[in-house]
Design a protein around this ligand. Structure first.
Ligand code: NAD
Ligand code: UGA
Length: 482
């Protein structure tokens, strides 16, 4: 292990490096795809191959119709169009790609374990371990292995142990490895911008040559002062910590949104006044239906698990509350809806606008819409669901966990927003798509049931404009709610 002060010294050393010519990225998901596309765009001399065991996903990345890419991200299709089949390729030939690569990124999924020790609390590392074994088997010569996935602290040790076992196999070939941690901080919906102009690039490791080889790649488009070196464990922990801090801000503002509704304060005004303190800052203070996405909950759970593992129960309890408030916010919203609709949703039709966990993505993982919709369906409501990018199949997959809930019987997918609103008793705005901000509510009015309710969980509508039309209106964190 190296120490932080040594790493600071390393930052300033000028060492001759082996330059990377071929990169293999294992995992063609929301991180692997966009990240490698941006590397390929900025490093035309490097051949970048993204590989995945999911053949359908690879086919979608290779689809000539760019609307069919598996990940929707503003600006992504343009980059794919320019780089694909030049220095960027997508394939399922994992073994061959690893063999040819100087540097292999591990960018696979790390969801929370469903069964066994640590179920519901820590990441399932089966995909990471399988990558390490595959690299150990297929690599040749010296290979730099980069953790791009978000991982529990000390996972680099597991990867190293597996890779080191290659020295015990029977082949004559000498294989050597360096393991680095290079967590990804992109947010979905702004991924391309985040990758082109990141706040920082974090490289953790104990092999300075390998660290500099990776730094050299980023230097093609990122200023040197934004690239920082740490040891492996600081890097792994920093990623979990950054997500925990961000999620904590959301739970903080969401907890205050409830106080606003009861006291007459307005959460937008409170967030503005608080955020203008330069020590606090204005970003990430938007109250809403709770954070979704595949990572915040998972990464905090990992932090909680790690804390308990080391006997730090108070630390674990502190971070756990961030998740507790998040779940509570979603239940709170659902209860408000039921209460306003006379405590009964049977025979009522409700429009759900937005199913993605945030705007500008087709990702629904941990979307607040799932929990809210499931609860409304359980109350007997019929839902008309619309989203700008999420498909009917994905919504069906997310909702049909219970056998009793069926498409057409309990809910219907609507391609058109105005059609989704027809004949409904209420509408719930869950994702902040721009389209929803422009809805002509006056035009809708004759086509909906009365009394009609709008529930705005993202504060995207102007209460005065709605109230003047005589529509019942509930907005999250709005002190003048009826
Ligand atoms: P994802 O599920 O979209 O993609 C992972 C891909 O890895 C899948 O396509 C899967 O088929 C593939 N895969 C799994 N095991 C494989 C193997 N052995 N060989 C080849 N392919 C394999 O996941 P994601 O959203 O891209 O996230 C990946 C990692 O990045 C996670 O650890 C996540 O926490 C982290 N992360 C995600 C985001 C985000 O915005 N989604 C941002 C930062 C970090
Ligand atoms: C988040 C982090 O922002 C990234 O830095 C990180 O790399 C990533 O997780 C990850 O590790 O996966 P992401 O989940 O894609 O990115 O999107 P965010 O913009 O962070 O939004 C997360 C959730 O919080 C969304 O549901 C969003 O609507 C909600 N949110 C965000 C709020 O409710 N209020 C806010 O002010 C900001």
């Amino acid at each position: 292990m190296i120490f932080f002060q040594d790493v600071k010294v390393m930052n300033n050393l000028n060492i001759n490096l082996k330059s990377v010519k071929k990169i293999c990225c294992i995992g063609a998901g929301y991180v692997g795809g966009p990240t490698m596309a941006v590397i390929a765009k900025n490093c035309p001399d490097i051949k970048v191959e993204v590989v995945d065991i999911n053949q359908k996903r690879i086919e979608a990345w290779n689809d000539s119709n760019l609307d069919n890419l598996p990940v929707f991200e503003p600006g992504l299709s343009e980059i794919i169009q320019k780089s694909r089949n030049k220095n960027l390729s997508f394939s399922s030939n994992v073994e061959y790609s690893i063999k040819k690569a100087d540097m292999v990124f591990i960018s696979v999924n790390t969801p929370i374990k469903k069964t066994g020790i640590g179920a519901g609390q820590t990441s399932d590392l089966r995909w990471v371990e399988s990558c390490a074994r595959q690299i150990c088997k297929s690599a040749s010569g010296h290979t730099i292995v980069v953790e791009k996935s978000t991982l529990p602290v000390k996972t680099a040790k597991t990867i190293k142990d597996i890779l080191d076992s290659s020295s015990y196999d029977n082949s004559d070939e000498v294989k050597t490895f360096s393991v680095l941690s290079n967590p990804e901080f992109l947010a979905e919906g702004t991924a391309i911008n985040d990758l082109e102009s990141p706040d920082r690039v974090l490289i953790g490791g104990d092999d300075l040559d390998a660290m500099n080889s990776l730094k050299d790649i980023y230097l093609k488009w990122i200023p040197e002062n934004k690239i920082i070196f740490t040891n492996l464990w600081s890097s792994e922990l920093s990623k979990l910590s950054a997500n925990a801090f961000l999620a904590q801000r959301i739970s903080s503002i969401n907890s205050l949104s409830a106080i606003c509704e009861l006291t007459g304060a307005d959460i937008a005004d409170v967030a503005n006044a608080v955020g203008m303190d330069s020590r606090i800052g204005s970003k990430f203070l938007k109250a809403g239906p709770g954070f979704g996405g595949s990572c915040f909950k998972k990464d905090i759970l990992n932090l909680v698990y790690l804390s308990r593992y080391y006997g730090l129960n108070e630390v674990a309890d502190f971070w756990q509350e961030t998740i507790t408030i998040n779940s509570w916010q979603q239940i709170r919203i659902y209860k408000q809806i039921v209460e306003k609709l006379f405590g009964n949703l049977a025979d009522k039709k409700i429009a759900i606008l937005g199913f993605a966990f945030k705007e500008n993505t087709n990702d629904t993982r941990e979307s607040p819409a799932i929990e809210i919709c499931r609860n409304l369906l359980n109350e007997g409501a019929f839902l008309n669901i619309h989203d700008c990018k999420v498909t009917k199949e994905i919504i069906n997959r997310d909702l049909s966990l219970s056998e009793s809930i069926k498409e057409e019987l309990n809910w219907s997918f609507k391609e058109d927003v105005y059609e989704a609103l027809e004949e409904t008793d209420a509408v719930i705005l869950i994702t902040e798509w721009k389209l929803y901000k422009k809805i002509n509510w006056k035009k809708i009015l004759p086509k909906v049931k009365k009394p009609f309710w709008i529930f705005d969980t993202r504060s995207i509508l102007n209460p005065k404009e709605i109230e003047i039309l005589g529509i019942n209106f509930w907005q999250l964190g709005y002190g003048k709610n009826k």
